[in-house]
Design a binder for this molecule. Structure first.
Ligand SMILES: NC(=O)c1ccc[n+]([C@@H]2O[C@H](COP(=O)([O-])OP(=O)(O)OC[C@H]3O[C@@H](n4cnc5c(N)ncnc54)[C@H](OP(=O)(O)O)[C@@H]3O)[C@@H](O)[C@H]2O)c1
Length: 242
């Protein structure tokens, strides 16, 4: 049985990834932080649709103490893949942000994903085609004003993936980043329709990405034929920024 954990499975992109993987025969941990009802609903739907697979909701606040993170990761059944789609941003000038907010962004987007990767390493190394996929951002390659901390967190993920991939490549554990441009999800609900339209007009492809545009690349990285692609950041941005 192939089993994956989708961190942030209750988010716009995570939900689409989880739905597609479930349809493709994966058993899944549906990770969430606040959206417990959504996670329970997804698990119930998947169990109903795919009764021969296993689905578990898994709560973990990425702002929790290390001990909680360690215990949670230690409780997991063997995994073939970990997909990190959780993330937050804060659209503000650096000087207007609380220091605690800066720390939160780095912790949720970068530090805890690295810690969890470290905790999962020994079991992922045992798989034939282990996979770690981070959802980064186009801002990780081309940082944006008002999102400098977010950009730093995503650029950090790309750097981490590049270095770490070299540590584990001989065990066929691949580590990559899918870096979307603007995707039509609740994360962009902070912008009004006019602003989103301006963004759309800047994107050569003429539209925001749909979560399915991102899912496609995640699926390809999970394929065992992707064993030779590692340490990469793949920008999926309609030709926008990078
Ligand atoms: N949308 C875009 O335009 C866009 C563009 C480029 C990159 N991305 C990246 O793609 C990823 C997914 O984005 P999205 O648009 O799907 O975001 P979203 O809809 O806002 O979902 C965010 C997810 O992160 C989880 N999360 C938030 N705070 C958390 C915490 N403290 N601990 C653990 N999990 C937490 C949420 O869980 P709960 O709901 O359960 O609290 C939710 O599942 C993010 O990494 C984002 O940076 C998005």
């Amino acid at each position: 049985m192939k089993r994956a954990i989708v961190f942030g499975a209750t988010g716009g992109i995570g939900k689409a990834i989880a739905a597609q993987l479930a349809a493709k025969g994966w058993s899944l941990y549906i990770h969430f932080n606040h959206s417990s009802q959504e996670a329970e609903k997804m698990v119930a739907e998947f169990i109903d649709k795919y009764p021969s697979q296993e689905f578990f909701p898994l709560k973990l606040d990425f702002l929790a103490e290390d001990e909680v993170i360690k215990t949670t990761v230690a409780s997991l059944l063997p995994l073939n893949a970990a997909i990190f789609t959780q993330g937050i941003t804060n659209y503000q000038f650096l000087g207007s942000q609380e220091l605690t907010q800066i720390e939160k962004i780095m912790q949720i987007n970068l530090l805890v994903p690295i810690k969890i990767t470290s905790l999962l390493e020994s079991q992922l190394l045992k798989r034939k085609h282990g996979r770690i996929i981070f959802i980064g951002s186009v801002y990780g390659g081309q940082a944006g004003a008002l999102e400098s901390v977010y950009s730093a967190s995503k650029g950090g993920l790309s750097s981490f993936a590049q270095g770490y991939a070299r540590e584990v490549a001989s065990a066929h554990l691949t580590v990559n980043v899918i870096a979307p441009g603007a995707v039509d999800t609740p994360m962009n609900a902070i912008f009004d329709a006019e602003t989103l339209n301006e963004v759309k007009n800047e994107i050569p492809a003429g539209r925001l990405a749909e979560p399915s545009d991102i899912v496609f690349w995640v699926e390809n990285l999970l394929d065992k034929r992707s064993d030779y692609l590692t340490g990469q950041t793949i920008y999926v941005d309609g030709g926008w920024l990078v």
